[in-house]
Design a protein around this ligand. Structure first.
Ligand code: HEC
Length: 226
């Protein structure tokens, strides 16, 4: 009985001490929230695992429709160009200046296309990823549009800059893809056509800044990473 009491007291005191230490770190401001202050490798690994497992689990019940029709891919390409390529970089091109300063940095999506199922990709596109710059597109786009983007992302492995440019030109010629509603009219013009010839510079200038702003992370306060 005595031993049990001592063990229990030690446990309770230990938990309280840990809690106090954690509160101390939070209130002292000692934790650095700067995007330039990288997580420890172990923290990064744990967070990545958490995202990976969560996406797997949350998307488990989603059934992908048949993907890869020609029109669907063209619509996906046009929307990818308007809404995703600033952050994730277009085939053969570069991500925007704003995206290069993000942490976690938006990954190039070839790897995700190989690793993730269509349902997982769709789920990420629809719901976004908490406390990262990855937006939830489900609030502004239909499932159909998001499946088109999923279908396009699936095709990224092996896609050349030329293939991509051709898809954008065809989509534009056929009036496919609605572009990004959040974009200014004039930058809609440049999607597809202009930047196809001027991949890197045109794009970072025309929307690097506008895209970067909204992502000053509404979730920032809940930034529990680390
Ligand atoms: C403002 C920047 C930004 C935009 C715009 C954006 N993303 Fe992301 N995206 C991110 C970031 C950052 C991550 C990584 C999040 C993490 O790992 O916690 C990410 C992750 C992803 C992933 C998961 C990658 C992986 O390897 O697990 C997919 C898929 C994805 N984005 C697709 C898209 C698509 C499709 C669009 C356009 C509809 C888009 N993103 C637009 C920033 C962005």
């Amino acid at each position: 009985m005595q031993v049990f009491k001592i063990a229990l007291t030690t446990l309770v005191v230990g938990i309280l001490a840990l809690g106090a230490a954690a509160a101390g770190v939070v209130y002292s401001g000692a934790y650095n929230v700067a995007a330039t202050d990288k997580h420890w490798p172990i923290t990064y690994w744990v967070l990545n695992q958490a995202v990976h497992r969560s996406v797997e689990r949350q998307s488990a019940d989603i059934e992908a429709p048949e993907l890869g029709g020609k029109e669907q891919l063209l619509a996906g390409a046009a929307n990818f160009d308007a809404m995703c390529s600033d952050c994730h970089a277009p085939p053969g091109g570069q991500q925007s200046v704003a995206a290069r300063g993000m942490y976690p940095k938006p990954p190039e999506l070839t790897h995700a296309a190989e690793e993730k199922s269509p349902a997982e990709l769709f789920w990420v596109i629809k719901h976004g990823i908490k406390a990262s710059a990855m937006p939830a597109w489900g609030a502004s786009h239909s499932d159909e549009e998001m499946w088109a983007m999923t279908a396009f992302v699936e095709q990224l492995p092996g896609m050349s800059a030329t293939d991509y440019r051709q898809m954008l030109q065809t989509a534009k010629a056929q009036g496919i893809g609605h572009g990004d509603e959040g974009h200014h009219d004039e930058s809609d013009e440049s999607h597809g056509g202009d930047h196809a010839s001027d991949e890197a510079s045109g794009r970072s200038d025309s929307h690097g800044e506008t895209q970067g702003q909204p992502h000053s992370d509404p979730d920032g306060s809940a930034h529990a990473h680390g």
